[in-house]
Design a protein around this ligand. Structure first.
Ligand code: C5P
Length: 235
């Protein structure tokens, strides 16, 4: 099958059906806009599994997504969408670039949930923008942003609850949305420890890609612990 696109962590292949593509999850890991590169053994397998479980859970709770089904250890069949070039970030607890930029200690609670949008553009390091930037640049319309924020709020409620039942605090995460051929907005990309900060509820231990970013040990072990808690949660 023809490869349509290769990103940092995934490859996209076409299928016989024009409106469906295959997503292949790689083991490659990058951080700091590609400055740090490495691999995490079996990450592709683990993130495919984690994303598949989460996307099925979200679909069961009324969220429109691109996910169709998981077809192998590393592959998902998904609806073809044109990705809206925005990264939508939700912060429930201070951490990461928010803490660094504003001098707020990691772990500090917030008076309200924060929604951020960043322009998906590697050359400029995915800069933080606001709604009027997004509309002025033609990345989306105000109506689309309204729909995206409404979906994001629902997703945050569902995911916080999902992870808390597994003893994990959903500190922050990133979403991407796309539009299908009829213009419907669908949740796309992945939701995994690559795209979320997850802290153990009891110990505050980091169970996500920060272990890779910050050169902590046992990166693979953290991802597989997330999967095993999910599987216990399912049974
Ligand atoms: O780095 P920062 O604190 O802005 O990241 C916020 C959240 O968004 C983290 O969970 C991080 O994993 C996720 N993120 C991502 N992809 C990016 C930027 C951030 O998944 N390009």
């Amino acid at each position: 099958m023809n490869m349509l696109y290769e990103g940092k962590a995934k490859r996209i292949f076409e299928t016989e059906k024009e409106d469906q593509v295959i997503v292949y999850y790689k083991d490659d890991a990058t951080a700091f806009n590609g400055e740090k590169k490495g691999t995490i053994e079996d990450k592709g397998i683990m993130n495919n599994e984690i994303t598949s479980i989460i996307f099925r859970y979200l679909a069961d709770h009324g969220i429109p997504t691109h996910y169709i089904r998981t077809i192998s250890e590393r592959e998902q069949l998904v609806k073809r969408v044109s990705i809206i070039p925005l990264e939508v970030i939700v912060r429930n607890v201070a951490a990461g670039s928010f803490s660094k930029r504003l001098g707020v200690p990691e772990g500090q609670s917030l008076q309200t949930t924060i929604f951020e949008i960043c322009y998906k553009n590697d050359d400029y390091g995915d800069p933080l923008i606001n709604d009027t930037h997004a509309v002025a640049l033609g990345l989306s319309t105000f109506d689309e942003l309204k729909e995206i924020y409404a979906l994001t709020e629902k997703i945050n409620h569902l995911l916080k609850d999902f992870f808390l039942k597994l003893g994990l605090i959903l500190v922050d995460f990133k979403l991407e949305f796309g539009k299908d051929k009829d213009g419907n907005i669908l949740l796309a990309d992945e939701i995994s420890p690559d795209t979320c900060r997850l802290w153990d509820e009891k110990t505050n231990e980091k169970m996500d890609k920060d272990r890779f970013r910050r050169n902590l040990d046992n990166v693979k072990g953290a991802y597989s612990e997330v999967i095993s808690r999910m599987k216990q949660g399912e049974s």
